[in-house]
Design a protein around this ligand. Structure first.
Ligand SMILES: Nc1ncnc2c1ncn2[C@@H]1O[C@H](COP(=O)(O)OP(=O)(O)O)[C@@H](O)[C@H]1O
Ligand SMILES: [Mg+2]
Length: 271
């Protein structure tokens, strides 16, 4: 089977139900790094309890867009964001918004697993401690266990919670980072190429996990793998040169794209 057929086969049936709620709404989003414009008038909805894949050639603005969704561009000195970005209808760039709270509600998992140089337990407990989520040791123990269970890591680490998180394998570290994001009860989880540093088995494990997580969370994932987008997402957005060229149900994007640039990208003509 050709790669294109493989992708199409996985994409078939991947669609967002007509009544899916919008969790995050972005309108006319422009991002500048100094003089250079990286995103141009992006309009995209991230639907609740769905996985939205952001695809496109390197440098097209996928990470920039993802970082807008939880104000991570705030920490990039030269970045300037304009437009409207709403979570449940509320502007997350409103001056009265608490950015720390926004980043708890909208968690992030990065390309390279980045556990803190702490124990497995303390990696998970870190966020809940900052946010004062647990009232006592027992409650914290429960949060740690539940988070690790949801991230599919509990059975592998339950007997060594005191050992350093950095001692785990790459795939386990990435699940630890997902558990860490989950521990503060986010509503949205943003993932920026979460599997690109992992082997195929660890990647498959994370993809299964993403599929389970969408029951409880809304997910936006940047991926350079079209197979991965077809396997895990219900909605796909294709970016090119800072422009959102096309978005739609994953099945439609991979089997019947409307824009020639999307067609060229998914058939491997560039990127
Ligand atoms: N911190 C930054 N400073 C300046 N330019 C940046 C920065 N981050 C990204 N860019 C530029 O913005 C554009 C989009 O980058 P990025 O969002 O990282 O793309 P992608 O994730 O699709 O590869 C690129 O031209 C990149 O060089
Ligand atoms: Mg990127």
């Amino acid at each position: 089977m050709s790669v294109a057929e493989d992708i199409a086969q996985h994409a078939r049936g991947q669609a967002s139900p007509a009544d899916a709620q919008v969790k995050m709404e972005t309108r006319n989003v422009n991002v500048f790094y100094g003089e250079k414009q990286a995103l141009f008038d992006v309009n995209l909805d991230i639907r609740q309890n769905q996985v939205t894949a952001l695809i496109g050639p390197s440098g097209c603005g996928k990470s920039t867009y993802l970082r807008c969704l939880n104000r991570m561009n705030d920490v990039v000195d030269i970045a300037r964001v304009s437009g409207s970005i709403k979570l449940d209808g509320d502007d997350i760039y409103d001056p009265n918004v608490d950015v720390v709270e926004i980043r708890a509600r909208i968690g992030m998992v990065f390309q390279k697993p980045n556990p803190f140089p702490k124990s497995i337990y303390d990696n998970i407990a870190y966020g809940p401690r900052i946010h004062g989520i647990a009232n006592n040791k027992k409650e914290m123990d429960e949060i740690v266990e539940t988070s690790l269970q949801r991230a599919g890591l509990w059975d592998e680490v339950k007997d060594r919670l005191g050992e350093p998180g950095t001692g785990l394998s790459g795939g386990q570290q990435q699940r630890l980072c997902i558990a860490r994001a989950i521990a503060v009860s986010p509503e949205v989880i943003l993932m920026d190429e979460p599997c690109s540093a992992l082997d195929p088995i660890a990647t498959a494990r994370i993809e299964e996990l993403i599929d389970e997580l969408k029951e409880n969370y809304t997910i936006a994932i940047v991926t350079h793998s079209m197979q991965q987008a077809a396997r895990v997402s219900q909605r796909t957005a294709f970016f090119h040169l800072g422009i959102l060229v096309e978005e739609g149900d994953t099945e439609q994007i991979f089997t019947n794209p409307t824009d020639e640039r999307t067609q060229d990208y998914i058939t491997g003509r560039f990127g």
